[in-house]
Design a protein around this ligand. Sequence first.
Ligand SMILES: *[C@@H]1O[C@H](CO)[C@@H](O)[C@H](O)[C@H]1NC(C)=O
Ligand SMILES: *[C@@H]1O[C@H](CO)[C@@H](O)[C@H](O)[C@H]1NC(C)=O
Ligand SMILES: *[C@@H]1O[C@H](CO)[C@@H](O)[C@H](O)[C@H]1NC(C)=O
Length: 300
Amino acid sequence: MTRPFWHTSPSTISFILLAAAMTAIIFYLQSISTSQSSSPCTVMAPVTTKPDFRLLIGILTVPDSYERRHLVRHAYALQSNNLAGAAEIDVRFVFCNLTKDEQHVLVAMEIMLYDDIIILNCTENMDDGKTYTYFSSLPHLFDESTYDYVMKTDDDTYFRLDNLAESLRRLPREDVYYGFLTPCHNRRSPTRYMSGMGYVLSWDLVEWIERAETPRKRQVGTEDVTTGSWLREGGRGRRVFDMGTAMYDYMEEPRLCSRHEFVPGTIAVHKLKSNLRWARTLEYFNVTAGLKPSKLYHLS
Ligand SMILES: *[C@@H]1O[C@H](CO)[C@@H](O)[C@H](O)[C@H]1NC(C)=O
Ligand SMILES: *[C@@H]1O[C@H](CO)[C@@H](O)[C@H](O)[C@H]1NC(C)=O
Ligand SMILES: *[C@@H]1O[C@H](CO)[C@@H](O)[C@H](O)[C@H]1NC(C)=O
């Protein structure tokens, strides 16, 4: 394992900066000589240098959730312009084998237009190993240098990508377990884990899940608790980063440590189980504030 960056000596840092500058120049030359193209849901800051880090956001959903997918896709596409710094974030919808005739055409159409879907080799299930299939499939789908971090989340969570990127930027790239530490009223609990609303693992942990015995033998169970138990037993994910009040459930009475009103600096809002909750959340974050007036429509 490489040493965490804060143990690096000043001379190493200046070497890294020099190397980074050289890399930046090389990437700049490459970017002006080749035309850049990216799929619609790859959210990037303007590309002039190698990204600080690359993150795969896997939204676990089911093939038939067309409407929700549409909404979530739009919510992320509208954040593509305000990403601070040079993070590269790919948002992908993840589900198991298609089971209905119409899905073969309707999902194919989405893939042709958006290319943001991953279909795993499994039968649709919630706490029956889909998360294991997701993580353990990734090393077969992507080269090890493709992503620094991988997130598992669901289609009822909305991430603010700028705050997410900002919080990840300074973190180490290995042995990282990031999210909302649960139970939040007892964060020192020996059985603590990151809430399934959305958690991030560094790529080395994804590779470990693919090859280790504990996850393979214990795929079934409440998925977030189960992921926590793999890491604990394997002595992995020891760099725990808890985002605390920046990740929370949509407010309803009573207020809890995991559930409160919208706050500035939000990283994620969870339990967006209706279009109305999505709308209120997007409204708070001014997502549609830039809509241009026109004679062609009136929204009020
Ligand atoms: C998919 O899963 C099935 C059942 O688990 C297995 O028999 C098959 O070999 C897998 N196919 C691929 C391409 O991995
Ligand atoms: C999923 O579909 C693939 C391709 O049709 C098939 O090989 C595999 O057995 C299926 N897997 C499961 C778990 O049903
Ligand atoms: C939304 O816009 C209003 C009005 O400009 C501003 O006061 C508020 O801080 C913005 N909210 C967020 C979360 O950025």
